[in-house]
Write a protein that binds this ligand. Sequence first.
Ligand code: ACO
Length: 326
Amino acid sequence: MTQLITHIIGTGSYLPEKCLSNHDLSQIVETSDSWIKARTGIETRHIAAEGEVTSDLATEAARRALDAAGLTADDIDLILVATTTPDKTFPATAAYVQAKLGVTKGAAFDIQAVCSGFVFGLATADSLLKQGLFKTALVIGAETFSRILDWTDRATCVLFGDGSGAVVLQACDGDKSAKEARGILAHHIRTDGEKADLLYVDGGVSSTQTIGHVHMNGPKVFKYAVMNISSAVMEVLRQADLTIEDIDWFVPHQANQRILDGVAKKLGINESKVVSTVSRHANTSAASIPLALDTAIRDGRIKSGQLILIEAMGGGFTWGASLFRI
Ligand code: ACO
């Protein structure tokens, strides 16, 4: 049966120029390259320059994604920016991105689901495109996470970095049930507000009128991440009537290598199918999946027609997964 299916037709990503190594961090807090590498797999992270804001990072990734898709700003009528670190309280960072790109039609708004923001954004854009409300969308994950870190707290400041990634989406006629059907095949998103205190920022407009800093119960986040992500993955596979063996590439949220390994092991995914870029840019929250996806497309690992599984978990808790054939 023919229906509208959302295709990913271009990807782009951007990392700020300044790079901070584990050794650099050991000059700021009591930590070491060996501790960080062993517990997280992280080696370096990028930090936005003074005056460089989230919409700058988002705009750069979006430009690269548009180039890859062979489109221009005139083709875009929907922009979703997944971010926890907006330029301002309002307007939405997506509004700034719209203006910086020179997009003059449609709608632009932000998605706030922390590290799961890109998965939530993709699901939202997919629904809007499939309803025919918009034709061509940019979904961007962009963060200047370094600005909400407590640089004296070694338990959190070593884990995160700044960056952005973007995809261009377009709805086309197709048959989702056909074998080898391309486009977004399934998604599943969830929130459990009861776990809000396990990963949060201790500030905000309405409560403290300050920005606040990241606080996290690392071991509990680790435990729930592996459990929740695995169940979301099983749900999208069920929806698409596919099995884990059908997956060509697993592109997880790049939180830390041990979570990636734990999820891959629980799901029975061979490590050769896992795209991992966390060593290079640490946890960039909503930006990490499109960053990793773009990296693996540009270096030739991910090829047209392959089946891709993405997943994430973050503050809220929020979590989810998507399945698409590129
Ligand atoms: N350098 C050196 N020592 C450190 C550091 C550091 N940067 N940070 C903590 N330690 C110490 C602690 O103080 C503690 O010392 P103690 O035993 O003397 O008290 C010791 O290391 C062990 O601390 P734990 O917190 O138990 O370490 P753990 O093995 O749990 O590893 C980590 C910590 C890496 C944060 C782990 O819990 C984890 O990966 N959690 C998942 C969290 C995560 O990735 N969050 C990202 C956001 S959510 C998401 O994206 C899914």
